[in-house]
Design a protein around this ligand. Sequence first.
Ligand code: PMP
Length: 334
Amino acid sequence: MSIPVVHQLALNESPYPPLPSVRRAMRRAVAQAHRYPQFYPDDLTERIAVWCRVAPDHVAVGSGSVGVALQLLQAVMEPGDTMVYAWRSFDAYPLLADMVGARPVPVPLSPDGHQDLGALLAAFDHRTRVVVLCNPHNPTGTLVTTDRLAAFLRQVPRDVTVLLDEAYVEFAGGSVPDPLALLDAHPNLLVLRTFSKAYGLAALRVGYGLGAPGLIGRIRRRQLPFGINTVAAAAVKASLRAGSELRRRVETVIAERERLRRELGALGWHIGPGHANSVWLAAPDPIDDGAVALTDAGVLARHYPGEGLRLTVGSREANDAVLAALAGVGVRCP
Ligand code: PMP
């Protein structure tokens, strides 16, 4: 008999449902559902641009950040080209490469869960057109510092696009590089962001890319007409008006992440600093036993057998359930 899932902590979602003001905006939009959305999401693009303090021609909106990433690959890759990325990482990268006929080139993470920037560069070949950096990294939560990112960008040839995936940037608490300052110097850089994580709108599928106008123009040409639905656009606009409430939610998630890290550390688990909305437990800690204990406690986590466990930071109650389950798993001291 399978054990019911009480706490869904496997997909790095927000533990919070949409804010009341966002729900009101969605309800108003639902009443207009017999009307098409804008042909291209120009209004939303403009709002996001103002909010990011860039000109609208630096912004491309898509169906989740994965949708924008696919548009980028369609724009810059030919079948047989290669896409380099660190692995383990977000499952969609190899799938997206496959969708455009590109060859994925996974490069192992360093033993402490960092993306190995030197090894990524060394993996380039004459067919490489895209390199992905995920910052903060999924699933390990590690961070590429400003200096290292700047040095990396200087070394990437101009005909290779850097896809800088910042899906979790809001949880890094200001310790991430300011990539917007880099956009004009690097016309081959696309910064990818999403409303699915910190803004809690995963079901609505809105993400965006920030880049130089030339690259953004090529990405926009792959935009599906009527592709961003009216309810989603209304929810995003309302979220942009609710910045301080959403920031408080993010601060709570960060505080809970740090509590989890401290308390799991006190239980003997070895956990490095993490900058996303998740906590990463890695082998040789007993992550497979941990996965069993979590399942028995009704907690759904992301388990990479023999490798690691990624736990999304949930509600306080969910995090307490995690701590209680993992307290029963013996961790050997080094
Ligand atoms: N990038 C990373 C690193 C992710 O972990 C995820 C979701 N798990 C996404 C992108 C996808 O986000 P979206 O919902 O915007 O498509």
